[in-house]
Design a protein around this ligand. Sequence first.
Ligand code: 48F
Length: 254
Amino acid sequence: MWDLEISKIIVEEFTEKLKKSLDVDVAIVGGGPSALAASYVLSKNGFNVIIFEEKNEPGGGTWGGGMLFNELVVEEDVEWFLEELDMKYKKTKGFISIDSVHFASALLYNSTKVGTKIFNNVFVEDVLMSKERINGVVINWAPVIRQRLHVDPITVKAKYVIDGTGHPASVVNMVIDRNLSIDLPLGKIREFPMNAKEGEKFVLENTKEILPGLLVMGMAAVSVGGGPRMGPIFGGMLKSGIKIANIIIENIDV
Ligand code: 48F
């Protein structure tokens, strides 16, 4: 009976995938452009990488371009990365313009093709931590959280956790909310007004490990560092993801 076989395949294959994802090298929270760039580089280098994305569609702020004009802009110095991912784009006025749906799909396709496992509809609600370091995340189904169901989460162990949650820097905020006496090198998490040029520089400078085992990238790094937002220019997000991947590659063996 086809119907039963289909159900069995889905349940068995998903269970297998989840089991392999309970103890990983890198857990990325949020599936935006920085996460997809980081996961692509890490997976390509042999790391076991998972992304948890609370929405049905990973891709974060990429799909809608600027104000739903589904075109976005990157700087020319990331052309090599677009080429590596086999994207189609146009050079114009000293920038590169790309169809945002194509950009999002190419990032998703290439990241998953090299081995990243993306769990969509999964919300990261907490971190696992020992005295010394952050060593995993606590997850639940996003609809469970949205419906406020009283259902306990499960845990995932990771050598590194990356906050790729964008503007809210949710993971860093979870650590702060725990109110533990850990020494976070932070002020108040906030963003300053739009300034594309400064923002693109700032995101890269603030992409780093902020606690042992916890790294920030993308807009989360801007919020944590306290810098300007930059709107629909995405080169900095790609570079931030690539930078964080290289920090991890230099630090651990797989
Ligand atoms: O915001 P987002 O696209 O992250 P990013 O990589 O890129 C920022 C740009 O899109 C844009 C910009 C660039 O010029 O200004 O804003 O920094 O994607 C973040 C993703 O994280 C998910 C959220 O749904 C979004 O898709 N997310 C946030 N909190 C959680 C989460 C959570 N606790 N658990 C799972 N997913």
